[in-house]
Design a protein around this ligand. Structure first.
Ligand code: T5A
Length: 229
């Protein structure tokens, strides 16, 4: 079924919104997919808030600069606390208020990034990171996660090596561990995490994500036709 086969009446969302996260290694196409999904949902008549991590809030964007700066090295646990501080701000200022107002939230990276990068990539204990994520997020977890899977070389090739940030500059083995970690997380959380082959054309990736998202919104009874339609 192609993207055009999806029915396009105007919908409204229930009282509590819907939380979508997009995950994957560097250059996998997360921002590209997020833009496409936002437009798709807005065309369905839904309100959408987009956030990214690290960032998403004014404090978070400042923390982002520290985290990605090439100038400083940092202890792995310091890195965790900074990502979580940015996440907490994002939850409190953006994600939670939007969900409480029946808005769809699309987040470019969230809790799985910490498990994949700091857990599987840096080797910190996953159990502890899960507990810290739980505290930082007030237990606000995604309803649906798209994991765009791509070999690390392919993703990094899409970017300019001279602009690589502190984490992109890590060696290929690190990025391979992150990718494998993501795939392991997807095997554990089969219902929530949908893996998409990111080596294909962006339009094909978007079509697949749209189909999965629409089905999930209907299954969960999250959308209903607008009155008078
Ligand atoms: N991090 C983050 C942690 O370590 N722990 C955490 O808890 C969190 C939250 C964030 C860094 O922080 C780390 C992970 C990251 O290292 P970032 O700048 O936000 O840094 O980096 P990314 O999230 O990786 O963002 P990127 O912009 O690098 O990648 P995207 O968003 O995945 O890719 P996108 O869509 O910008 O596309 C990249 C290029 O590829 C093209 C696009 O046009 C663009 O030029 N493209 C495609 N080309 C061919 N085929 C496709 N299917 C394509 N899709 C996109």
């Amino acid at each position: 079924m192609g993207g055009d086969d999806i029915p396009r009446p105007l919908f409204e969302m229930g009282k509590w919104g819907f939380f979508i996260t997009i995950e994957g290694i560097e250059g996998s196409g997360k921002s590209t997919l997020a833009k496409g999904l936002k437009l798709y949902l807005e065309n369905l008549g839904l309100k959408v808030v987009f956030t990214r991590e690290p960032g998403g809030s004014s404090v978070g964007e400042k923390i982002r600069k520290i985290l990605l700066s090439k100038e400083d090295s940092m202890d792995s646990m310091t890195e965790v606390f900074l990502f979580l501080a940015a996440r907490r701000e994002n939850v409190v200022k953006n994600i939670l208020p939007a969900l409480q107002n029946g808005i769809v939230v699309i987040a470019d990276r969230y809790t799985d990034s910490t498990l994949a990068y700091q857990g599987y990539g840096r080797g910190l204990p996953i159990k502890i990171l899960r507990r810290l994520n739980k505290i930082a997020t007030k237990k606000i977890y995604p309803n649906l996660t798209f994991l765009i899977d791509i070999p690390p070389g392919r993703g990094l090739e899409r970017k300019n090596e001279n602009d690589f940030d502190r984490i992109e500059k890590e060696n290929l083995d690190f990025h391979k561990r992150v990718r494998e970690g993501y795939l392991r997380l997807a095997r554990i959380a089969k219902k929530r995490i949908y893996v998409i082959d990111g080596t294909r054309d962006p339009a094909e990736i978007l079509d697949e994500a749209k189909r999965v998202l629409y089905k999930r919104l209907v299954e969960k009874k999250k959308i209903k036709p607008m009155r008078g339609e």
